[in-house]
Design a protein around this ligand. Sequence first.
Ligand code: AMP
Length: 284
Amino acid sequence: MILCKTPEEVSLQVRKWKLEGKKVGFVPTMGFLHEGHATLFDKSLSKADKTIVSIFVNPAQFNDPEDYAKYPINTAGDLKLCESKKVDLVFLPDQETMYPGGIPDVLLAIPHLMKNLCAVSRPGHFEGVLLVISRLFHFVEPDFAFFGKKDYQQYLLIREFCKTLAFPTEVIGCETIRSDKGLALSSRNARLSESEKEESLLVSRALRLGESQIRSGITDPVLIRDIMKDVLDSSSKIKLDYLEILNADTLESLEFLKGNLLLAVAVFIGPVRLIDNITLSVSE
Ligand code: AMP
């Protein structure tokens, strides 16, 4: 496995691979890797000839300094996992390499996909995501890039961003990986106590209940939202950030639940913010 710390090293290696006709897959991460990340690596390893993983906790996408300061880090463990998965190259830049002279004064946005959900509860978050993705994509020039649908709005936004700005990269969404009990895997889960982990199961329970109620024929979004909210409200440890049922393609709100639907939840459990969602299709 090749380890690169600068964009120049990555570009050089990628050019060599491209001259050999190899297709490059890319998985950007913030590290503290788990099985959810590993599944993205597997997707890339099976679709592309070479797989690059970046590990960089991007300060530009944190609206909460405490969240950034407490973001878990385990570089040795991450490199071990990448090695065992047979990732070809890990890009491990530091902050000065990614943002020489500091975070640049530029504002990237796709307003119609940034009107709700995490765009509202984390102001500046997606602007920071689009900034780091733009820079990383210029360094790596991937043929394919893999993103988890656990961060559904991020996936949709990056897909649209690459299409609109003609990045020569196919953005591929991958299903959410969960624990046996249903908790969506996340690096932030490491900050939950055992009892908080137990409470956090209510998030996926609420989503599954919402899904089954919609599948049973209920088309009123207000009613479904209330049913789901009751599940989350049953825990005093859970503070709701948002709970929305939207058109999964446009992120617009709906009068009736038909078509491609996104059920999206964000909660705080103690100081830890967790997000989860499911998508489903209901015939028109
Ligand atoms: P992060 O390190 O949290 O920035 O995540 C890096 C990538 O892994 C993003 O595309 C995430 O959506 C994806 N990811 C994180 N957790 C999961 C999960 N449980 N299942 C699938 N993908 C995930």
